[in-house]
Design a binder for this molecule. Structure first.
Ligand code: AVJ
Length: 321
């Protein structure tokens, strides 16, 4: 272990390190090694996530899409038309685009850490919707939500779909929602958030450990990205994808497990991993309706409205500032 970069997990992953290098090295040097899930999303990682969304086992994306399809008019009635639509973790922008017709946003602001992927997505989208002004922002919004002056301040709707909030632990999730709340002037605008609900363990585990191994590839790809970012020498062949549901904490956990004893080097340090030792790469928390209402209320939002799919596997919630 390289001792001089040790840092408690909560602090490191809540984004106090502005340099990816420092944050990654802190995580790799921690007694229980971890890599923040935001590092999944290099160009290939974003494509692998798109492929995950097409898997039969990965129900969240198509379930959430079905909720938008059936309830877009009710959502538009709650939100009002002409909002400034700020899409956090926009990716391919497909979910927001499915709401353009109903919401008629005055400006669309897709925000994503995956710069090239974001710009490609927006290019295609702008051609489909030439009348909607678009202002893509390539940034890591997990630590700060400061928006440039190009982003219209009126009637902001923060759109946070895909249960991405579940990647934070509950304390970080609350802090994040409070930051969203602070980015809204009082009594104006709100948040439209999609969250995955607690359900049968087998359904959950299959969604994160699919038969084709696409999720395994998505998880292992983070090692390639880390190699690029800090010059480490991870070999993906030495690691195994591990995913399971931890009922006590209501979360899927993803890890990478060393297949043998090995040493990983990066400039200035190295670390040994024992066979079976794991690097934690992602939590995906699952929520109850009460969890969602409690979180939004504690973050300072009110007037929550929720929509579900027929099986109640997923929830979309609108809450006002
Ligand atoms: C996009 C973060 C919500 O947690 O379900 C998919 C990412 N990880 N399969 C999720 C993911 C493994 C996804 N989020």
């Amino acid at each position: 272990i390289c001792a001089d970069h040790r840092q408690p997990r909560a602090e490191a992953s809540s984004g106090h390190c502005s340099q990816p290098g420092a944050e990654l090295v802190a995580g790799l040097s921690a007694r229980e090694a971890y890599i923040s899930p935001k590092y999944f999303y290099d160009a290939l990682g974003s494509k692998l996530f798109e492929a995950i969304c097409d898997l039969p086992e990965y129900y969240p994306t198509r379930t959430e899409a079905a909720i938008y399809a059936s309830h877009q008019d009710a959502m538009a009635a709650a939100v009002g038309t002409g909002c400034t639509l700020i899409d956090l973790g926009a990716g391919n922008c497909a979910k927001a685009a499915s709401l353009f017709g109903a919401l008629q946003p005055r400006q669309y602001v897709p925000v994503d850490i995956s710069t090239d992927f974001l710009h490609q997505s927006v290019q295609g989208l702008q051609r489909r919707f030439p009348d909607i002004p678009m202002q893509p922002l390539a940034m890591d919004f997990s630590s700060t939500l400061t928006l440039p002056p190009e982003v219209n301040a009126q009637q902001r709707l923060f759109f946070y779909p895909g249960s991405s909030l579940g990647n934070f632990d509950p304390q970080q999730a609350l802090a994040f929602l409070r930051r969203v709340r602070s980015a809204l002037p009082s009594e104006e605008g709100g948040i439209l958030i999609g969250l995955d609900l607690v359900k049968d363990t087998h359904v959950l585990e299959a969604a994160y450990d699919d038969a084709l191994g696409v999720t395994a590839a998505f998880n292992l790809n983070v090692l390639k990205h880390v190699n690029e970012l800090i010059g480490a020498d991870f070999n993906a062949r030495d690691w195994r994808h591990v995913a399971f549901y931890n009922a006590r904490f209501q979360r899927i956990e993803m890890h990478l497990e060393a297949r043998r004893d090995l040493i990983v080097r990066w400039p200035g340090a190295r670390r040994t991993f024992r066979q079976g030792e794991r690097i934690h790469t992602e939590y995906s928390h699952k929520f109850s309706e009460q969890d969602i209402l409690g979180l939004l209320e504690q973050a300072g939002f009110g007037g929550c409205r929720m929509w579900f799919d027929a099986r109640r596997w997923f929830a979309v919630c609108y809450a006002q500032a």
